[in-house]
Design a protein around this ligand. Structure first.
Ligand code: ZN
Length: 136
């Protein structure tokens, strides 16, 4: 039972790692998270949304440094949270890792990376998700 759920978790990782958005085939706008229909084309776009894998690359539009956090995150402060505009267009809010908070700059190129988000103190469960790091 235990073995099965662990295997299943690892099988699901590729989907979690890839940032999947979708694209309106009418106007070409890209969305993340995926949307049912394009808000720009309204009805015209129904059934014309196409899943696409995003590159995970983009640039920082704006950011803020978090100095105090809830218990789950307090070992990480201070840390930068940024709005990242992906090359395909959508904007994502995410933590910036692998650099000092003072090195984070607007327009800095970043790429997504799959990281531990937090560990549940009582159960020890580890949650993963995407964060962004400076592109090298
Ligand atoms: Zn559209």
């Amino acid at each position: 039972m235990m073995k099965e759920s662990v295997a299943r978790f690892w099988r699901e990782i590729p989907q979690r790692y890839n940032i999947i958005g979708n694209k309106c085939t009418v106007c070409g706008r890209v969305f993340f998270p995926p949307r049912e229909s394009c808000p720009y084309c309204r009805r015209k776009s129904l059934g014309k949304m196409q899943k696409i894998q995003l590159s995970g690359k983009g640039k920082i539009v704006t950011y803020t440094i978090i100095h105090s956090a809830t218990e789950d995150f307090e070992d990480q402060v201070p840390y930068p949270i940024a709005i990242v505009e992906l090359d395909e267009g959508p904007r994502i809010t995410a933590q910036i890792v692998d650099c000092k908070p003072e090195d984070v700059k607007i327009d800095m190129r970043v790429e997504s990376t799959f990281r531990k988000i937090r560990q549940d103190g009582s159960t020890g469960a580890i949650y993963y998700g995407y964060k962004f790091r400076p592109m090298r």
